[in-house]
Design a protein around this ligand. Sequence first.
Ligand code: PLP
Length: 344
Amino acid sequence: MIDLRSDTVTKPSEEMRKAMYNAEVGDDVYGEDPTVQKLEDTAARMLGKEAGLFVTSGTMGNQIAVLTQARSGEEIILEETSHIFLYEGATASAFGGVQTRTIKGVRGAMNPEDVRGAIRPSDIHQPVTTLICLENTHNKAGGAVVPTENMRAIHEIARENNIRVHLDGARLFNAVVASGQKPSDFAQYVDTVQFCFSKGLGAPVGSMLVGDRATIEQARVWRKRFGGGLRQVGVLAAPALLALTQNVERLAEDHANAKFLAEGLAQIPGLAIDPATVDTNIVIVNIAGLGVSETVLIDELKKSGILCGGFGPQLVRFVTHLNISKADIVSALETIQRVVRGLA
Ligand SMILES: *Cc1c(COP(=O)(O)O)cnc(C)c1O
């Protein structure tokens, strides 16, 4: 099987498994796990923030960020296809009583003037806007890198209005490598950042939330409420530390493989994709030209050993990652071409 469903399917390397075995641990709820502390400090330093909090998943990190920075009855602004809005089970409203206000973006970037226009005036009839959430890279926008200039402009508007900004940087390091910028170049325009170890960076479990010390202390309270206060969790922090120190630069290979895949798919009649829109490791193909639903194509590809995912009507998503080689992509393209021909 060539598994292109997600970069979450990566398996921990032998070195990661050894690091798990050898990890120095303690009770992290008591603040006594040295490996977790090292990971949190390393991440915070890399992003230019004061403190970090190791959490179980990207969803937990994002939702803790929302609940720490917005209260019941308040409103947050986000892009209408953002992960926080689409794929996190309405946690902000379910647990926090927080209302969401969405804005249509272009390749994942909200127009700063639209953001300004969505900020509520001081009025007894209206909720107070307290948080803006950004996403980079943007998953639904096909792994697009949102330019730091866009983040800067939105941050400026947020500051003028005393509103905080959170970055869902599940794949922030893909944006870092694709743009050649530093993690702190992105993080400087937001108060909090969540990023995932368990995606392209290749660790088995975990995400990091970073921000100023006071916010992270509050976030620690929410993590405990969510049941995310774990004990000897250094066994998970150890592979995450390897992911962060060893697997960032190699994301460029995933990006090259995704570009190569997109160029190949663009040649197949019935599939529509502009390879120039592939910034990182996600390739979203429109299959409307095939005359079958995406589930039919996905099922047929699965029978032929290629796994990919549906991403909306007539849309199929392929994601490259560290367990996928260039040879896998060459082989996948041959198979996809054959399957598509069979469907025609
Ligand atoms: C995967 C993802 C998340 C959530 O991460 P989980 O660890 O799966 O909860 C959040 N935001 C974006 C953009 C993602 O792609």
